[in-house]
Write a new protein. Sequence first.
Length: 230
Amino acid sequence: MTIHVGSTGSGCLHVFDMDGTLLRGTATIELARQLGQLDTGHRIETLWSEGRITDTEFWRTLLEICQNASESDFDAAFHNATWMEEIAETFADIRSRGETVIVISQSPAFFVRRLQLWGAHETYGSAVEPGVPLSDTATLMPEAKVTITRAALAARNLGEDDCVVYGDSSSDVELFKSFSRTVGINPSPSLRALAATRYQGTNIREAYLMGRLLFGSADRNQAIQKENRR
């Protein structure tokens, strides 16, 4: 796991997944598209989702795709990607309130950390870097998302009720099980059942505003979760 730290806020912690939540797709596909190897990107995504290759095999192929790429290529893949609308504006609003925004993703750290350009205080991603030996434990696992979030809260003297989590799919299940204030962004069925509230659409600011509404009483949040699971 790779950690990138910027300036921090206080008061509340907003935790975002990236692929499928902020990014309307995956970092792997965006990198492969930019580097002219889109078919290879789709192939390894399919093989991995079907359990036909390991995480290490997946990352090794991605690094092969990226082996001749420059930082400018990576920047282009990032900026040309299909993102949700108003990410920078949302992060700016969080910062303006003295609150903290972090992004935790299973995607490569070198792609995720570029979200600091748009205002994320901290970014966390799988320890996959071009030119760096690949570890068998490179993947940031779902359980690690919970550990990172709790550590971020503790570092700011915040409790679990001071946190709202935004995610879309299976890698966010452990987070949604561990925290009560959760927003499913175009969620998969498994996450939909766990989310305190759900957002369908393409504007992350709208989802964020739904998240802010969850900062009510504990009883209110529990009632929302109970109703949403029916």
